[in-house]
Design a protein around this ligand. Structure first.
Ligand SMILES: CC(C)(COP(=O)(O)OP(=O)(O)OC[C@H]1O[C@@H](n2cnc3c(N)ncnc32)[C@H](O)[C@@H]1OP(=O)(O)O)[C@@H](O)C(=O)NCCC(=O)NCCS
Length: 148
């Protein structure tokens, strides 16, 4: 299956929100939050398309602590498109964009029991650098980073 990566447009907001709900329950972003993220000047948002269908999307922001770094805010792949390398492709694309902007680090948070995502990030070179106590309600999270 072929996937095309493109800049994520607000015109697909309803689809992105539907995928967000398929991926997360109580932690899902509200539609308005996704709309804000898609249009904020400091955000990079990409989607992966299979034909006319949207398979998934990723949103990152550029933040600052001593130096600029990329912060992955959300990564969502629709259930029927999982295990096909879509998340890997979206992360590779966003990391390459960050590198082109001279950014040398990417960070993200993940829930401690999200084994699929933790395996994905470790496979792609992200390292766990800390634990985030009760970051997701009662659940803890991990803080990961990767040098680009
Ligand atoms: C986690 C998620 C993003 C993975 O997306 P994906 O497109 O299926 O991932 P890929 O096909 O690129 O997988 C790459 C690697 O990730 C790991 N992985 C992905 N899904 C996995 C699963 N269900 N169980 C274990 N490892 C998994 C594997 O190491 C895999 O490599 P392999 O195919 O050689 O085994 C997807 O399951 C998803 O959207 N989940 C819900 C939302 C979410 O958790 N987002 C991340 C929040 S931090």
């Amino acid at each position: 299956m072929e996937f095309q990566i493109e800049a994520a447009s607000i015109k697909y907001l309803d689809i992105f929100y539907r995928i967000e709900l398929q991926c997360f329950n109580e932690e899902a972003f509200a539609k308005q939050q996704i709309a804000y993220l898609l249009t904020d000047f400091n955000t990079i948002a990409l989607d992966a398309k299979s034909g006319a269908d949207i398979a998934g999307f990723i949103i990152a922001q550029i933040e600052f602590e001593d130096q600029e770094y990329g912060h992955i805010i959300t990564l969502n792949i629709a259930p029927k498109y999982r295990h096909k390398g879509v998340a890997t492709k979206l992360l590779a694309e966003i990391e390459s964009y960050l590198r082109r902007r001279g950014i040398r680090e990417c960070r993200l948070e993940v829930r401690e029991d999200n084994h699929a995502a933790i395996k994905l990030y470790h496979k792609l070179g992200y390292q766990t650098i800390g634990k985030l106590e009760r970051y997701y309600g009662k659940k803890h999270g991990f803080y990961l980073k990767k040098s680009l």
